[in-house]
Design a protein around this ligand. Structure first.
Ligand code: PLP
Length: 346
C-alpha cells in the first residue's frame, strides 16, 4: 500500500524503537524523567524559547496554549481555514470558554494584516477582550504553505502595538523552515508560544512540544495536568522525539521534492486540476474533473490499486508525502492515476 493520506502514518524507525526500549525514564509529573527533560531542553533551544513542555498531541498543545494565554470570555483571532478552528473539536470554547473570531485566510495561509488590526476590539462594556492571534505554519489547509519570517515579523509588530500575544500552530514548523531554508528560530522568534509535532513528517510515534517563556510554560504545565495530559514514564516517547529532532529534519526536503514531482506529473493529466505553483512543502491538493469518475469512485479505484489518498471535499483530494513514500512510488502513483483517468475510463 502507498498511503498518502497523511504524514502522521509514518512508523517509528528501527533506531527510534531501540532508543525507546532503552530510554532512562522517571515520573514526569514529578519532573523526574531525564530523557523528557533532554527533549524539552532541545525543543526550547531550537525554537529560541526559555522553556518547553512535552504533550501527547498537537491538539492538546494548541488547547493548553490557548488556555495559558486567555481567560474565559477572551477573544482569539484566527484563520477560517486554520486547524485550530476546523479540526480541534471547538476545544477552546468547549473547554476554555474562549471565543474564536475567524478571519478569512488568504490562499497562502496568511491573514490580511489590515483586517487583523481592524478586528481588534476597542475597550467597551459590550465587547470581549481580544487577547491572542493564532497563526499556522505551514498552513495545512492552504496548500501546506510556509509563512515567511517577514510576514511573521509584521504580525508580531502589530500584536505588540496592541498588547496581544501570538500563538503559532507549527505542527509542520520544520517543513516550513526546510522549505524556506532557514532555522526554525527565524520563525518562532515572532511568536510568544509555539506548538510543533514530532509525530508527522519527523516520524516519531507520539508527541508534540509547546515552547514559550518560563512563566507561560509553568501555566501550560498546570493546564496540561488539568486536561489529563500529565504523563509518567514518558521518556520512552521522548527518546523517539529526540531522534526525530536530531536526525529527521534534513530529510524533509526529500518529501518536498517528491511533492513537487507528483504535482508536476498530476498537473499534466487531463481531468486533474492542480496548481503546481502552490506546492511548496509536502502537501498537495487537487480537484478531479472527469466525465465518468466521481470522487468516491476514484478513491475506490485507487485503493484497488494499493494507493490511498484523502478526499477533503467532494472531488477535492489531498496527498501528503512522507518518509515511507519513495521517488519510485511517486512515479507509480502518477502512472496509476494517468492510467485510470486516461486509458481505463476515457
Ligand atoms: C495535525 C495538526 C494538528 C494536531 O495535531 P494532532 O497531534 O493530530 O492532534 C494541529 N495543527 C495542524 C496544522 C495540524 O496539521
Amino acid at each position: 500500500m502507498i498511503d498518502l493520506r497523511s504524514d502522521t502514518l509514518t512508523q517509528p524507525t528501527p533506531t527510534m524503537r531501540q532508543a525507546m526500549a532503552n530510554a532512562k525514564v522517571g515520573d514526569d509529573v514529578f519532573e523526574e524523567d531525564p530523557t523528557l527533560k533532554k527533549l524539552e531542553a532541545l525543543a526550547a533551544k531550537k525554537t529560541g524559547k526559555e522553556s518547553a513542555l512535552f504533550v501527547p498531541s498537537g491538539t492538546m498543545g494548541n488547547l493548553i496554549s490557548v488556555l495559558s494565554h486567555c481567560q474565559r470570555g477572551d477573544e482569539v483571532l484566527l484563520g477560517d481555514r486554520s486547524h485550530i478552528f476546523l479540526h480541534e473539536v471547538g476545544g477552546m470554547s468547549a473547554l476554555g470558554g474562549v471565543h474564536p473570531r475567524t478571519l478569512p485566510n488568504n490562499e497562502d495561509g496568511t491573514l490580511p494584516l489590515p483586517l487583523v488590526e481592524q478586528s481588534i476590539r476597542k475597550l467597551d462594556i459590550h465587547y470581549p477582550l481580544t487577547r491572542l492571534i493564532c497563526l499556522e505554519n505551514t498552513h495545512n489547509h492552504c496548500q501546506g504553505s510556509p509563512l515567511s519570517p517577514e510576514y511573521m515579523a509584521s504580525m508580531a509588530a502589530l500584536a505588540e502595538k496592541h498588547g496581544l500575544k501570538i500563538h503559532l500552530d507549527g505542527a509542520r514548523l520544520f517543513n516550513a523552515a526546510v522549505a524556506l531554508d532557514i532555522e526554525v528560530e527565524a520563525l518562532t522568534r515572532h511568536a510568544d508560544s509555539v506548538m510543533f509535532c514530532l509525530s508527522k513528517g519527523l516520524s516519531a510515534p507520539v508527541g508534540s512540544l509547546v515552547c514559550g517563556d518560563r512563566n507561560f510554560i509553568q501555566r501550560a504545565r498546570k493546564n496540561r495536568k488539568m486536561v489529563g495530559g500529565g504523563m509518567r514514564q514518558a521518556g520512552h516517547l521522548a527518546a523517539a522525539g529526540l531522534i526525530a529532532l536530531e536526525n529527521m529534519v534534513e530529510r524533509l526536503k526529500d518529501d518536498h521534492l517528491h511533492a513537487g514531482l507528483l504535482a508536476e506529473k498530476l498537473a499534466s493529466i487531463d481531468g486533474i486540476e492542480l496548481d503546481q505553483t502552490q506546492v511548496k512543502t509536502n502537501i498537495i491538493f487537487f480537484k478531479l474533473n472527469h466525465p465518468k469518475i466521481d470522487g468516491d469512485t476514484f478513491l475506490t479505484l485507487l485503493e484497488e490499486r494499493s494507493i490511498k489518498i484523502l478526499m477533503v471535499d467532494p472531488g477535492v483530494f489531498r496527498a501528503v508525502l512522507h518518509r515511507e513514500v519513495s521517488r519510485e512510488q511517486v512515479q507509480t502513483v502518477a502512472q496509476t492515476i494517468h492510467s485510470i483517468l486516461i486509458e481505463q475510463y476515457k
